[in-house]
Design a protein around this ligand. Structure first.
Ligand code: PLP
Length: 334
């Protein structure tokens, strides 16, 4: 084929406000159905959803749990809002030894997706409650409560957040573009999860100090193609399977009668070597959250949780057979 005989397409980008292009190459085909929270505000990250709330509400001080991820500090520092940390008890609920002023708010994390009842109780006490449902995608917002979600903790997307804002006020935002944060997700299919890990770390890093934007079209498209019912079912089923075996070994006791597709199975045990031993068997478990070591002292419950809590994976990728493999490894160690 000569150079001149090559087919050339006149590719006109479908930029906002421009007429849609026709023809050209075929785009990536994704099945598009519906999102889980179609009525919520779509944003680029969970931390930026917190920024959105803080901007709209104009809070002057925020109470934060010691037991949370350090990225939560990004909007607090950016907006130069005063903050105070609070401790949690053995049920992972706030120790309420403070009052909230009119312009002050309390941020509470729905830990592992198991704290919906605690949130209902907190909401009765405080109107200025903000719920971080980053670990509780399937937990609906409690009525009239500002609540945000981070999509990448539950699904194969690099970013994306939903915000339920109990106010009609809105910020005008540009749309984010997340095409350059997808390499770990693409590698996970073609090369395997482990081969994509370095990219995952790098793509997490680029989320830092990212301006608050609308959710990207790509992340949105992927979120429209997820079978949420199946994901929810698998999480619940895997969670209960692990619970049956581990309930009597678990330091952290919780009510498992109302689980709603939690993020992970939180297994807390006096042994400090479980994490390493699981990793040696290629069972990867995170530490929630390394920053807590520098925020707390060794005597604090949060410090203990960070070193002893093993978040076991229960997500939609896994069946009872995989859960059995986890149990078999743990059995030899308990
Ligand atoms: C508890 C918790 N809240 C919020 C966030 C922030 O979510 P995102 O990464 O979407 O900003 C994270 C982790 O990143 C988290 O672990």
């Amino acid at each position: 084929m000569t150079k001149s005989s090559k087919t050339k397409f006149d590719i006109r980008q479908s930029a906002p406000g421009k007429m849609k292009s026709i023809g050209g190459y075929l785009e990536l085909q994704l099945s598009r159905d519906s999102e889980y929270y179609p009525a919520m505000i779509r944003l680029n990250t969970g931390r930026n959803a917190l920024e959105y709330i803080l901007k709209i509400r104009g809070y002057t001080l925020i109470y934060l749990p010691y037991f949370t991820c350090e990225v939560i500090m990004e909007p607090v520092r950016k907006l130069d809002i005063q903050y105070r940390y609070y401790t949690i008890n053995e049920h992972m609920e706030p120790v309420l030894d403070f009052e909230l002023g009119e312009t002050e708010c309390l941020l509470y994390t729905n830990y592992f997706g198991l704290k919906q009842e605690a949130i209902t109780g907190l909401r009765r006490k405080f109107k200025n409650l903000i719920v971080d449902n980053s670990q509780a995608f399937f937990s609906e917002p409690v009525q009239d409560t500002d609540t945000f979600y981070s999509c990448r903790k539950f699904f194969g997307v690099p970013d994306g957040a939903y915000l339920h804002l109990a106010s009609p006020a809105r910020l005008k935002l540009e749309r984010d573009v997340s095409v350059n944060r997808f390499s770990h997700l693409i590698k996970s299919i073609d090369l395997g999860i482990e081969q994509g890990y370095q990219d995952y770390v790098a793509n997490n890093d680029v989320l830092q100090q990212n301006p608050i934007r609308k959710m990207s079209a790509l992340t949105h498209a992927i979120l429209e193609g997820i079978d949420y019912k199946a994901c929810r079912y698998r999480r619940n089923s895997n969670f209960m399977y692990l619970h049956d075996f581990l309930v009597n070994h678990n330091d952290y006791s919780f009510d498992a009668s109302n689980v709603n597709a939690p993020m992970v199975y939180p297994f807390s045990h006096p042994s400090t070597s479980l994490r390493e031993k699981l990793l040696a068997k290629r069972i990867y478990v995170a530490t929630y959250w390394p920053n807590v070591y520098s925020w707390t002292t060794k005597q604090m419950y949060e410090y203990y949780l960070t070193s002893h809590l093993i978040p076991l994976p229960i997500d939609h990728r896994y069946s009872h057979l995989d859960m059995k493999r986890i149990i078999n490894v743990l059995k030899n160690l308990l």
